[in-house]
Design a binder for this molecule. Structure first.
Ligand code: ADP
Ligand code: ZN
Length: 207
C-alpha cells in the first residue's frame, strides 16, 4: 500500500484535494488540522494545549503532533497525510513509523493563497468549506448541506494568515527540498480548479 504526504502552503487546497484523492484511491485521509479542530471543539486535553498555537497561526509542538499522528495511523498502511509533516523534525519522526512513498506538493503563490483564505467560510456543524468568490453557498451565510450558519475560521483573519504564511516559509517549505532529495516529490500546479488539480494528483499517484 502507498503512503502519501500532501504538502503546500496554507490555502493551497490540501483538504479539498486530499478528500477527493483519498476517496478515489481508497486511502485513509488524515488531516491534522481537522483532528486538532475537533479536539479543540471537544475541549480535550490535546485541544486545550493546541488552541493557543492555532489561534496565533503557530505550529503545535512537534512531539505532540508526532504522538497524535502515530496513534491515529496505528500501524495502518495506505495513508494520505494532509497537513503533516510540517517541519523537518516531524518528517524525521514520521519516517521511524511510516514509510512515505510519494509526496505531492501543491504549488500556489502567496498572493493567491492570501486571497483564497480571506474569502473562505466554513460550516462548523458539518465541516463543509465554501469560498465567497469561487464556491459561494446558495443562500448567503447558510450551509447548502445542513443549513448551519457559516463562519470565518479564527485563523483565517488577515493578521493570522500572514503569520501562518511566514511559519510555512520558515518551517515547512524546507520539506519540499527534503523530499525532492529523496526522489519522492511530485509537484502539481495548485492554482487551478479543484477538479483539475485532483485528477492530476490521482493520475500521478495511480499505480
Ligand atoms: P492550513 O494548512 O490551511 O494552515 P490546517 O487546517 O492544516 O490549516 O492547520 C491549522 C492549524 O493547525 C495550523 O496553523 C497549526 O497551528 C495546526 N497544525 C496542523 N497540522 C500541524 C502540524 N503538522 N504541526 C503543527 N501544527 C499543526
Ligand atoms: Zn453544514
Amino acid at each position: 500500500m502507498t503512503n502519501v504526504v500532501l504538502l503546500g502552503p496554507p490555502g493551497a487546497g490540501k483538504g479539498t484535494i486530499a478528500a477527493r484523492v483519498a476517496a478515489e484511491l481508497d486511502l485513509l485521509h488524515l488531516s491534522t488540522g481537522d483532528v486538532l479542530r475537533d479536539e479543540v471543539a471537544r475541549g480535550t486535553e490535546l485541544g486545550q494545549l493546541a488552541q493557543g498555537f492555532m489561534e496565533r497561526g503557530e505550529l503545535v509542538p512537534d512531539h505532540v503532533m508526532l504522538a497524535m499522528v502515530r496513534e491515529r495511523v496505528n500501524g495502518r498502511e495506505g495513508v494520505l497525510l494532509d497537513g503533516f509533516p510540517r517541519t523537518l523534525a516531524q518528517a524525521e519522526g514520521l519516517a521511524r513509523f511510516l514509510p512515505v512513498h510519494a509526496v505531492v506538493y501543491l504549488a500556489v503563490r502567496k498572493d493567491e493563497v492570501v486571497r483564497r483564505l480571506g474569502s473562505r467560510r466554513v460550516c462548523p456543524s458539518c465541516g463543509a468549506v465554501y469560498n465567497l468568490v469561487t464556491q459561494p453557498p446558495e443562500v448567503p451565510g447558510r450551509c447548502d448541506r445542513c443549513g448551519g450558519g457559516l463562519i470565518q475560521r479564527a485563523d483565517d483573519a488577515p493578521d493570522v494568515v500572514a503569520r501562518r504564511y511566514e511559519v510555512y516559509e520558515r518551517d515547512s517549505r524546507p520539506l519540499v527540498e527534503h523530499y525532492a532529495r529523496q526522489g519522492k516529490l511530485i509537484t502539481v500546479d495548485g492554482a487551478r480548479p479543484p477538479d483539475v488539480v485532483a485528477s492530476d494528483v490521482i493520475e500521478a499517484l495511480r499505480p
